[in-house]
Design a protein. Structure first.
Length: 198
């Protein structure tokens, strides 16, 4: 079921049943491969992110399999998206809590103008995100993943399969599927008191 928001704010959910996007990313299918540069290498610890080093068979069998993730969240955003500016700090809190348990987060930014990229760099620096913020200035990843609005999040399992797709962000009306992520991470299922976002 597809629901569109009106001018400016609200969310949108795609139920994880029967969703197909316009790009290569399909529910229950493999996430399209990529390797992309980061905006925050000094904070996230890497200049390039390779999807197959985080999830999938290659990641699981690698000598440094400690980098392999049990759950990987890939969210697409642009700097003018107000819900995105609320979602990203929430994801940072989630990352700080569960990174050691196998959670990975990638934030893909699609801004292309010099002014917006400059604004983005300042936002990323000020926010101090420790997960990679990826450069998609030519929207190649956005097209491959069939992203039409922001934020759009893909939830991947350790095999690199897309298990859910969420569009929009509003914790009151569309809570993050925390229990499902906790189950996939094999940690205690419990509610978490997150800081108020925005």
């Amino acid at each position: 079921m597809r629901t569109f928001a009106t001018a400016g704010c609200l969310l949108i959910v795609f139920a994880s049943v029967g969703l197909a996007t316009a790009g290569e990313a399909k529910l229950d299918g493999p996430a399209p491969f990529f390797f992309v540069a980061t905006y925050n290498p000094e904070r996230c610890g890497t200049k390039l992110v390779f999807l197959d080093r985080l999830v999938g068979k290659k990641a699981q069998e690698a000598k440094n399999a400690e980098n392999a993730k049990k759950v990987l969240l890939i969210t697409f955003f642009n700097i003018d998206c107000k819900p995105c500016r609320k979602e990203l700090p929430f994801l940072q809190e989630l990352y700080e809590r569960y990174e050691k348990d196998g959670l990975g987060i990638l934030a893909v930014n699609t801004d292309y103008s010099k002014e917006k990229v400059s604004e983005l760099r300042e936002f990323v620096k000020k926010s101090g995100f420790t997960f990679p913020v990826l450069k998609d200035r030519f929207q190649a990843l956005q097209r491959r993943y069939g992203v039409e609005s922001f934020p759009t999040m893909f939830i991947l399992n350790e095999r690199g399969e897309i298990k859910a797709i969420r569009v929009g962000y509003n914790e009151e009306k569309m809570p993050f599927p925390l229990a499902d992520v906790q189950r996939r991470l094999e940690v205690k299922e419990e509610p978490i008191k997150f800081k108020k976002q925005g």
